[in-house]
Design a protein around this ligand. Structure first.
Ligand code: NAD
Length: 430
C-alpha cells in the first residue's frame, strides 16, 4: 500500500484523500489555508458534504489521516502526490493554473526519492506537460519522477459515494511504471479503469463536463419552446429519456447549471479549442442558453407581480445544487441581485448555504425555515431543489403568503395540485 499526499483540502482533495485513507492508505492532506488546516486537525470540516465528517473523524482516529500546511512534509512522507488545488476562471474564460504551477514547483523542490505526481484538478489539455517541465526546472538533484493525470468525476452532495463507486476511473500516463502504481491504487474499487495518455485523460474530463452542461442547456432550450406552444418539458424529457441512447439524467429543465465546475470548465474548454484554431460554437451556445435561464426567472417573477419595488420575495435555496453548502457560481446570487436591483426586498432560506451566502449577498434577511420565508412575502421563488422543499405544507404556505404566488425554478411541485390549491404557479417549460 502506497503512502499518499493530497495537496488542496477542498471538495475534491479532502474527499478523495479521506476515501484513499478509508481504503487503507496512509494519507497526508496539505493546504496553504492555515485556518482550514487548524480546523481539520481538530476535526472541524471547512464545508458540508454528507457523510464526510464521520469518515474524517474515523480515519484520523485510526491514524491513517493527517493534515499539514507544508508541501515539503507531505511530499517527503508520500509515494504518490495528488494535486487537487483550485483551477479558477480568468476574466477571459481561460483556466488560471497558477496554483497548479506553484504546487508543482514546491513539490519538485521537496522530492527526495522517486515520486508519482498526479494531476487531479480539472485542467486544460497539455497541463500535464507543463507540470512535468516545471518539475524538471525545480528538481535541483534530478530525482526521478513521473507525471500522471487522474481526473475526478465526483459530484458535490454525493461525493463519497461517487468516489467509492465510480462509473469509471481514467488514468493518463506516460509509462508502465506510473500505470501500474495507479491501477494498483484503484484496484479495491472494482471499477472500470481506462488507461490513456495524459492528453486524452485531460480531454476526457473537459469533454464530459461540457457534454453534461450541453444536455442541461438542450432541455432548457426545449423548455422555452414548450412555454411558447403549450407543451410540458418534464414529459418531453421523460419521453426522450426512455431512449437508451439519450438517457433521462441531466434532462431536468430549470434555472440552469452553476457551481464550481460546469461554468468554468465550459469556458476553459472553449478557450482550449480557440487556441488550437477551432471555434467551439456549440459550447458557446450552451453558455448563452444557461445565462438566459437565470434572466427568465426574474422575468417570470415580474410578469406575475408587476412592479417589484416595495414587494418582498421569498427565496428557497441558495446553494448551486442540493446537499451542499457551495454557492460558487450559484444561480441564486445573480437572481437575488437582479431582483434587488428592481427594488424587491429579499428573504432567504437554505438548509446549509446561508453562512456562505452571507459573505457575498447584501441586504438579505435570512430565516431558519421555509414557512418564515413565506410569511408576508409576495411570492416564493424556488431556486434549489432541496428535498425539504418538495414536502412543503402548501396550504400553510398559502395562508402565510401575502399573495399566493410560487415561481418554481426547478419544477419540483405539481402544476395540477398547485392549481387546485389556488396558487398562481409558474414552473419552467410547462
Ligand atoms: P476547492 O476550492 O474546494 O479546494 C481547493 C483547495 O486548494 C483550497 O482549499 C485551497 O486553499 C487549496 N490550495 C490552493 N493553492 C494551494 C497551494 N499553493 N498549496 C496548498 N493548497 C492550496 O476546489 P475543489 O472544488 O476541490 O476543486 C479542485 C479541483 O478539482 C478544480 O480543478 C475543480 O475543477 C476540480 N473538480 C471539482 C469538483 C467539485 O465538485 N468541486 C469535481 C471534480 C473536479
Amino acid at each position: 500500500m502506497k503512502d499518499i499526499c493530497v495537496i488542496g483540502a477542498g471538495h475534491v482533495g479532502l474527499v478523495s484523500g479521506v476515501c484513499f485513507a478509508e481504503l487503507g492508505s496512509k494519507l497526508i492532506c496539505v493546504d496553504n489555508d492555515t485556518q482550514k488546516i487548524k480546523g481539520l486537525k481538530r476535526g472541524i470540516l471547512p464545508f458540508y458534504e454528507p457523510g464526510l465528517e464521520e469518515l474524517v473523524h474515523q480515519n484520523m482516529k485510526q491514524g491513517r489521516l493527517s493534515f499539514t500546511t507544508s508541501i515539503e512534509e507531505g511530499t517527503r512522507a508520500s509515494d504518490i502526490i495528488f494535486i487537487a488545488v483550485g483551477t479558477p476562471q480568468k476574466p477571459d474564460g481561460e483556466a488560471d493554473l497558477t496554483f497548479v504551477e506553484r504546487v508543482s514547483q514546491e513539490t519538485a523542490k521537496a522530492i527526495d526519492k522517486y515520486k508519482l505526481i498526479v494531476e487531479k484538478s480539472t485542467v486544460p489539455v497539455k497541463t500535464g506537460s507543463w507540470i512535468r517541465r516545471t518539475m524538471r526546472l525545480n528538481n535541483a538533484y534530478n530525482i526521478d519522477f513521473d507525471v500522471a493525470s487522474n481526473p475526478e468525476f465526483l459530484r458535490e452532495g454525493s461525493a463519497i459515494e461517487d468516489f467509492m463507486k465510480p462509473d469509471r476511473i481514467v488514468i493518463g500516463v506516460e509509462n508502465k511504471r506510473a500505470a501500474d502504481i495507479m491501477t494498483e491504487l484503484y484496484s479495491p474499487l472494482n471499477a472500470p479503469i481506462m488507461v490513456t495518455n495524459i492528453e486524452t485523460a485531460e480531454l476526457i474530463k473537459h469533454a464530459s463536463n461540457s457534454f453534461l452542461a450541453l444536455k442541461i442547456s438542450y432541455i432548457n432550450a426545449i423548455a422555452n419552446i414548450c412555454e411558447k406552444v403549450g407543451g410540458d418539458v418534464t414529459q418531453v424529457a421523460e419521453g426522450m429519456g426512455y431512449d437508451k441512447r439519450i438517457g433521462r439524467e441531466f434532462l431536468n429543465a430549470g434555472i440552469g447549471y452553476g457551481g464550481y465546475c460546469f461554468p468554468k470548465d465550459l469556458s476553459a474548454f472553449t478557450k482550449v479549442a480557440e487556441e488550437v484554431g477551432y471555434d467551439f460554437e456549440l459550447l458557446k451556445a450552451a453558455q448563452k442558453i444557461n445565462d438566459l435561464q437565470r434572466q427568465q426567472i426574474v422575468r417570470k417573477v415580474k410578469s406575475v407581480l408587476w412592479n417589484l419595488k416595495g414587494k418582498t420575495i421569498g427565496i428557497l435555496g441558495l446553494s448551486f445544487k442540493p446537499n451542499t453548502d457551495d454557492i460558487r457560481e450559484a444561480p441564486s446570487i445573480e437572481i437575488i441581485r437582479q431582483l434587488q436591483e428592481d427594488g424587491a426586498q429579499i428573504k432567504a432560506y437554505d438548509p446549509q448555504a446561508m453562512n456562505n451566502a452571507k459573505k457575498v449577498l447584501h441586504n438579505v434577511e435570512y430565516y431558519s425555515n421555509p414557512y418564515q420565508i413565506a410569511e408576508d412575502s409576495d411570492a416564493l421563488v424556488i431556486i434549489t431543489e432541496w428535498g425539504e422543499f418538495k414536502k412543503l405544507d402548501l396550504l400553510r404556505v398559502k395562508q402565510l403568503l401575502r399573495q399566493s404566488v410560487i415561481i418554481d425554478g426547478r419544477n419540483i411541485l405539481a402544476p395540477a395540485e398547485m392549481k387546485v390549491l389556488g396558487f398562481s404557479y409558474t414552473g419552467v417549460g410547462r
